[in-house]
Design a protein around this ligand. Structure first.
Ligand code: 5GP
Length: 185
């Protein structure tokens, strides 16, 4: 019989919706959960730490990871590529540690088809104007990049019904509690 793996919860939703803030709150509530560290071709933002926020890699290295099937999922997003290293996710789950992925919608779809038991959670903004205000207000992107991310957001919002659960981010604590409940299902 296959050994039982610990839960895998995928948190998705448009850029700027507050995925990181909510996931950080979950990690405070349930410190034994492991948040997967993605690989990206995007350059680091000020303050981001390599190996902690992301593994920042060149295009050639990303190509190699795809060719060697080392990514559980990957996607293009706003001009860059992002992916989840497969090995660490499996290792943590096999050793009984629940895993959270914080990824965009195309990647969440791939996880759905490859890991059918994964819980897929969509974090939705209270409204589109609020999402735009948050993306602009956090000041991490150029105006062009904000526009690109908002265009992607429209497509992502339409995908909400594909998810096991939709949580509207009006309150970080409530969202975090709802996510913790998913980890125990
Ligand atoms: P950011 O550039 O703001 O850090 O991330 C842009 C988008 O890519 C966000 O929606 C984020 O959740 C998503 N993302 C981060 N890591 C991954 C990953 O490994 N795979 C996929 N598919 N999306 C990711």
């Amino acid at each position: 019989m296959e050994p039982r793996l610990a839960p895998l919860v995928v948190v998705s939703g448009p850029s700027g919706v507050g995925k990181s803030t909510v996931v950080d709150a979950v990690l405070v509530l349930v410190p034994e959960v492991w948040l997967s560290v993605s690989v990206t071709t995007r350059p680091p933002r000020v303050g981001e730490i390599a190996g902690q926020d992301y593994y920042f890699v060149a295009d050639e290295e990303f190509d190699r990871l795809i060719a060697q099937d080392e990514l559980l999922e990957w996607a293009h997003f706003a001009g860059n590529r992002y992916g989840t290293p497969r090995g660490p996710v499996l290792e943590h789950r096999a050793s009984g540690t629940p895993v959270i992925l914080e990824i965009e919608v195309a990647g969440a779809r791939q996880v759905r088809s490859r890991v059918p038991e994964a819980q897929l959670v969509f974090l939705a903004p209270p409204s589109r104007p609020e999402l735009a205000a948050r993306l602009i207000g956090r000041g991490t992107e150029s105006p062009e990049a904000v526009a690109q991310r908002l265009a992607a957001a429209d497509l992502e919002l339409a995908a909400a019904p594909e998810f096991d659960r939709v949580i509207v981010n009006t309150d970080v604590g409530q969202c975090a509690a709802a996510l913790v409940a998913c980890l125990h299902e």
